[in-house]
Design a protein around this ligand. Sequence first.
Ligand code: NI
Ligand code: MN
Length: 225
Amino acid sequence: MKITFYGHASLGIQIGDTHILVDPFITGNPNASSIDINNLKADYILVTHAHQDHILDVETIAKRTNAVIISNYEIVTYFGNLGLEGHPMNHGGQWDFEFGTVKYVNAIHTSSFPDGSYGGQPGGFVIEGEHKNIYIAGDTALTFDMKLIPLQTKLDLAILPIGDNFTMGIDDAILASDFVECDKILGYHFDTFGYIEIDHEVAKRKFFEKDKDLMLLEIGGSLEL
Ligand code: NI
Ligand code: MN
């Protein structure tokens, strides 16, 4: 499994020959100007919630690639009305896709579309594929619901928001990694806006002091599991 960071909360996940994008917000992110969305491959697009900083490039990329949008029922219905293909889910539900299993799990946040319309409830994803398991938390507060995840899934990587203000900050993300029982963390949802700027060295040190490994990828950078 290969995971690429496209800035903010945007990720590429390659499992075998399958390309998955998560929350593409690239053309609106000046820090991600090196990424050309016309070059991104997508068989599936996972969307955690309806906020603009998670859906901005979904329509453009899905129209070009015919990617299947996987999200909550309301978000899939919204994009379905634009003629895009989707697979609706809801909290606690799991589905076996060709690349692996996806479960839509709880997040504590909000989920309105940019025009204010209802975007369902926000979520995160647990993906099991190619003998590697990851948790993509989405935008969320620290929540005890995270403790449910390791009851069923031994994670190889937890992708957690660390930017604070709109989501968990560093200290809560450290607790979240305890809750999900995974000490290998990819941080995301930081530095994009003034509200969520962080000190990278302080963040890494705080995780290190708890015997955890916080990885912060350059935009366009990848890791392999
Ligand atoms: Ni959000
Ligand atoms: Mn966000």
